[in-house]
Design a binder for this molecule. Structure first.
Ligand SMILES: [Zn+2]
Length: 371
């Protein structure tokens, strides 16, 4: 059963200051000084716990194919998983009673038998109910470990309209940018020995990229990074093989949408959705941390940790990049909290591994001027 949790609004109106990214964008003179009212922007998360069976048959376990949905008429902005635990299981060698579920060959189970053996083949926005459905998200996961895996799935959602103020409200507009129907070798670039996908196509200057998703059609690859490009108007992904060489022609589908920074409908002038990523979208400016060798480590990015004016913003879309020692460092997932995104990494390298991460933050009130 999926449950929803509303992101608590803690805005103090007097303290709402337009972020630098929006101040820097000149407003049209006709809009200036009007539209003083604000609308609340309703954002929430959806979450679901699943149990993926370990090696062997288990009819009571959950399917690795899951669809989560925001409320009807709303838009999903991000989908994510978090591998919480994999049960320990030490099979005898060899199997003494010829259990038919006992894998006889090492290729039938994973190589780690821990949280690293939960492989995510796909996580992407899907038009499950038809073209006007912007609320659904597809996950495909496989647990290759001996023991059962506990995994949590999450969506972040934004309501289809702002709340009412002065007897009117405005629509929040999300549209498709690209998605799934083509081979990446035809559409984007590949770099290095690991696929690094940077598709063509970007959102307009008055939009931001949201709902980044992928389907690698394989459970032998893991995510090295998912990250914004082109000042937050497009996206890139990178994957790591489990040791199996990548085939010459790889079919990876990627998905993404654009959210308008202007709300529409209702009386003019319009308002904008307050959104901000980073002072600079350049990779080098992303927040970074060292991950020490040992147990899984949680790292958090909070919208106002680098800019106190963003205290009413919610972390709606997140990114990360496994930097140095990436080959021995694992991303186990992330979790949305009201204005924080919590990432979990697990470093198996002999020395500190570096990671970089950040979020797109959305104001819980509309703002002005227009982008
Ligand atoms: Zn209004």
């Amino acid at each position: 059963m999926a449950i929803q949790t509303r992101f608590r609004v803690t805005a103090a109106v007097g303290a709402l200051i337009a972020p630098m990214a929006l101040v820097a964008t000149a407003s049209a003179p006709a809009d200036a000084g009007t539209s003083k009212h604000k609308h609340e922007v309703y954002m929430y998360k959806v979450e679901k716990n699943i149990r993926l069976s370990g090696v062997g048959s288990d009819s009571s376990a959950d399917s690795g194919s899951q669809i989560l949905q925001c409320d009807s008429g709303d838009s999903v902005l991000d989908g994510m998983w978090s591998v919480k635990h994999v049960d320990q299981y030490q099979p005898p060698q060899p199997d003494p009673d010829e259990d038919p579920d006992f894998p006889s060959a090492p290729t039938l189970h994973g190589v780690y038998d821990d949280e690293r053996d939960v492989w995510v083949q796909a996580s992407y926005p899907v038009h499950f109910e038809g073209p006007s459905d912007f609320r659904s998200w597809q996950f495909n996961l496989e647990n290759k470990a001996w023991g059962d895996a506990q995994v949590k799935l999450f969506l972040t959602c934004i309501r289809g309209y702002t709340e009412y103020t002065n007897s009117h409200r405005h629509q929040v507009v999300v549209r498709d940018l690209f998605g799934g129907a083509y081979q990446m070798d035809d559409q984007g670039g590949w770099y290095g020995s690991e696929p690094q996908i940077q598709p063509w196509g970007s959102c307009r200057s008055d939009e931001y990229f949201v709902a980044p998703g992928f389907d690698v059609h394989s459970t032998n690859w893991r995510l090295r990074g998912t990250y914004p490009r082109q000042s937050g108007r497009s996206w890139g992904w990178s994957f790591i093989s489990d040791g199996t060489p990548f085939p010459a022609s790889v079919n990876i589908d990627v998905y993404g949408r654009c959210i308008s920074r202007r709300v529409v409908d209702g009386p003019t002038p319009k308002h904008s959705l307050g959104m901000v990523g980073l002072p600079s979208w350049d990779y080098a400016s992303w927040y970074q941390s060292d991950i020490v060798l040992g147990d899984p480590v949680e790292k958090q990015y909070t919208c106002d940790q680098q800019n106190g004016a963003l205290h009413a913003y919610k972390a709606m879309v997140a990114w990360f990049w496994l930097d140095t020692h990436w080959d021995q460092n694992w991303y186990l997932g992330m979790e949305p909290r009201p204005k924080t995104r919590a990432f979990t990494f697990w470093n198996h390298a002999g020395s500190n591994a570096k990671v970089r991460y950040g979020t797109l933050c959305v104001n819980s009130r509309t703002s002005f001027p227009l982008p």
